[in-house]
Design a protein around this ligand. Sequence first.
Ligand code: ARG
Length: 469
Amino acid sequence: MTDKNANKMWGGRFEMSPAELMVEINASIGFDKAMAPQDIRGSKAHAEMLAAQGIITKADAREILRGLDQVRAEIEAGTFEFQVKLEDIHLNVESRLTEIVGPVGGRLHTARSRNDQVALDFRMYVRDALDGFDRALLKLQLALVAKAEMHAGTIMPGFTHLQPAQPVTFGHHLLAYVEMLERDRGRFADARRRLNECPLGAAALAGTSFPIDRHMTAEKLDFDRPTANSLDSVADRDFALETLAAASIAAMHLSRLSEEIVIWMTPQFGFVRLTDRWTTGSSIMPQKRNPDAAELCRAKVGRIAGAFQGLLMVMKGLPLTYSKDMQEDKETTFDALRAFGVAVAAMTGMIADLEPVPETMHAAASRGYSTATDLADWLVRTLKLPFREAHHVTGTIVRMAEKAGIGLDVVTLEAMQAVEPRITRDVFTVLSVESSVKSRVSYGGTAPQNVRKMARSWTKRLEKAAGKV
Ligand code: ARG
């Protein structure tokens, strides 16, 4: 076997070298080199364990560790030469290790297979991403809460069906997203808990006859425990699926917030402004200010949910245990995780930059008969009308106001009494948008005092969480 294209890491029983396209379709080094730090960390823990168990000598382990440190330094310095014919990160690292330390490098792969190795590396990569997401989402929540507290009393229209429904406050609206992101953090944390078992030592699929200590490697690599079934260990990619599923939901939340920013920024709404830092201009229309960052954050859910679907389809129907199909797990997952990180960071920047235009919001809240429910509630409370009847009376008054082209708070008392004679002047105390939001004091409601209190309690809770990470 002298062919220079042969894979020297497994080529022993092969007479012919692979077809050029075989090399190309087989190789994953183009993308799995991103797992180099995890691969080297895992290998070092494995070598230390082998030595501790007397499977290799301490001297050999020292050489291997030295070699691995050098490989890492070369990769970090950008001088490492990744070779496609060596397929993947695992074989590239091991091959270079052996160049550096000699045949002793070949002892590293004792009691291990690329199957448990890749399962380990990918898990650690996803775990690192999850830890980054938690920190990033916390920052976004803190940015939202800070803005919410500033605007606890800033009135805007609340919408259902994108039709003005009832006045709310901008702070209350922003805090809705803090709740969503808290659930997202919870989902990521939950995925991390299940992810955090170490597959190293499952070997190819059946375990090994060497006296390895899987608890030791699990602990060294910051896992809670080793995985309990060797077949499952190399066949499982749930940790990536769960992370992508949680990321899809979180990206959907970012998409909704982005869409609101896009809508609020149109001159037709004019509810908020973003500065030059978070907008772009047009090369032909000088007046334009486009919310490109918000639009891109709105779109990221596409590729993230796409990666989730893609991996789900790759995994479905695969017999136990490892199949090469599973090499298709990484490229899109890496891309999706990166995209999500960028989207969260960009959204955090936009939220800090975002300034509401209170006059426009207030004017919009006052249009569209958004206090009609307050009128109906007044009829129930003061005149003891059944709510359905109150709803009907209010509807008639709104129709009248609409015909006259005026707001609810300027309909005359006489006109209202023509519909319901028992209405008194007191009704005007509930018809302004200010009194409307102020009255919504039920737990979780939009009253400025509620929002202020919620914002403060969120700040405490989030700062405590931020201190822990
Ligand atoms: N590059 C492979 C992957 O990403 C590593 C595992 C290879 N295992 C094997 N039995 N061929 O899945």
